[in-house]
Design a protein around this ligand. Structure first.
Ligand code: GLC
Length: 439
């Protein structure tokens, strides 16, 4: 059994740390400008201009069953969908606002179709819900708000009542957690209590748990969906640590107690979360697989994002990137599901990452670079019963202790040295994995 113990939290994390790999979906009006989901903020777009997107939002090619099939083929086991992003637009038929998809040419509850389709493919369902709201009339203007540079920003903002907005969030979260069956994850985003205005903008205060009334909000969510996992971004620590756009270098720990925590890296294919037509910084296939294996080798999950187009489909680049995962996971998922960081007694050779099955019986060596003929693994001599490539189940021969040499005297490597004998040509697999059955 794995010896790693993570900090206990209220939500059910057992399925999560088994499944390891999920799909993030950022979809909203911002898929129309197609130049970042923060576009309303970046370009300080006024309401009446942003309304164009509302007026013309028509995802006529939306077929979430297709998304679900692609997610499943990629090996993803759950999906987190943006019910509302910072722009404030609701992707479901909320009774508490008119700013929702049912009032656009889309004319239907897009969230419900997502939920039904993903469940039908056997995937778990989570909701992203933005705490930030750049549309709600009671949301006070702050440093992140599109109206921050208006000469009359103070006048616009001074009578806004955060309490009304906090109640709005509770009402919406009630809808989301009541009307869509079992929801496994609630992904709040995000708090910035220290991002305050300065000078004559000193009244622009950042927002955190007191503004969101996070305690109430979270208690409400837990009462409606016992067992739900909640992230840490409502400014109160919950179940999930969420490193974003960087890969942790070690298993994340609790800031105060030092305990290991449940963590999930969230990553994009190309940089932005919403559909970005012109972005060219798409990650290479190899990098994608390395990020997944690297994450699990440190005891974490990976939530990989897609940004569907405003027509409602995943563009070719996104499909290809998902296909990279599909090809690799079809034959290598055993090193991911139910796996975690290898026991501390095992150390990875250069350019390799290790994962180990939670029952401790199998150890997986991910070859990030392909070595010439021999892979040396000190500490494993005498411990391996059988070795094979995972992708094709072909035997990998090994010797222990001594490294045979031609001409020179044999070199003793120590009885605990395991030497795996590899073919000279890298097998046809992006990141080959060697599966070691331990004695
Ligand atoms: C950030 C961004 C956001 C994105 C999120 C995903 O906080 O505000 O656009 O949804 O990260 O983790």
């Amino acid at each position: 059994m794995s010896s790693y113990v993570t900090r206990k939290t209220p939500g059910d994390t057992a399925w999560f740390t088994h499944d390891r790999f999920g799909m993030f979906i950022h979809w909203g009006l911002y898929s129309m400008p197609a130049r970042h989901e923060w576009i309303k903020n970046f370009e300080c777009i006024p309401e009446e201009k942003y309304d164009k997107y509302f007026k013309y939002f028509n995802p006529d090619l939306y077929d979430p069953r297709e998304w679900a099939r692609m997610a499943k083929a990629a090996g993803m086991k759950y999906a987190v969908f943006t019910s509302k992003h910072h722009e404030g637009f609701c992707m479901w038929d909320s009774q508490f606002t008119d700013y929702k998809c049912t009032n656009t040419p889309a004319g239907r509850d897009l969230l419900r179709e997502f939920v039904d389709a993903f469940r039908a493919e056997g995937l778990r369902v989570g909701f992203y819900y933005s705490l930030i709201d750049w549309h709600h009339p009671e949301f006070p203007i702050d440093k992140n708000h599109p109206r921050r540079n208006d000469p009359d920003a103070y006048e616009q903002s001074k009578d806004r009542d955060m309490k009304v907005y906090a109640q709005y969030m509770r009402d919406q979260v009630t809808e989301l957690l009541t009307n869509y069956g079992k929801i496994d994850i609630l992904w709040f985003d995000f708090s910035y209590p220290r991002n305050n205005g300065t000078g004559d903008q000193a009244w622009m205060r950042g927002k955190g748990k007191d503004d969101w009334e996070s305690e109430k909000l979270i208690a409400l969510a837990r009462s409606l969906q016992p067992g739900i996992m909640i992230d840490n971004r409502a400014d109160i620590e919950q179940d999930l640590w969420t490193p974003e756009q960087y890969q942790p270098q070690e298993w994340m720990r609790h800031e105060k107690t030092g305990e290991l925590v449940t963590w999930e890296a969230c990553q994009t294919f190309s940089g932005s979360w919403g559909y970005h037509r012109d972005e060219q910084t798409w990650k290479s296939p190899e990098m994608l697989i390395r990020m997944l294996a690297g994450t699990v080798s440190l005891g974490g999950n990976l939530l990989m994002n897609v940004g569907p187009t405003s027509r409602g489909y995943l563009d070719r680049r996104a499909q290809e990137a998902l296909g990279v995962f599909a090809d690799w996971m079809r034959v290598n998922s055993r090193s991911i599901y139910g796996c975690t960081m290898a026991e501390p007694e095992f150390s990875a050779p250069p350019d390799c990452r290790l994962t180990q099955s939670a029952d401790g019986k199998r150890l997986y060596v991910h070859l990030f670079a392909y070595p010439f003929l021999h892979l040396h693994m000190p500490g494993l001599g005498g411990k391996v019963d059988y070795a094979q490539f995972l992708h094709d189940g072909s035997e990998v021969l090994f010797t222990e202790g001594t490294m045979e040499t031609y001409g020179d005297a044999p070199r003793a490597g120590g009885a605990d040295l395991l030497i795996l004998h590899l073919p000279p040509v890298k097998p046809d697999c992006l990141v080959p994995v060697i599966e070691l059955f331990l004695k």
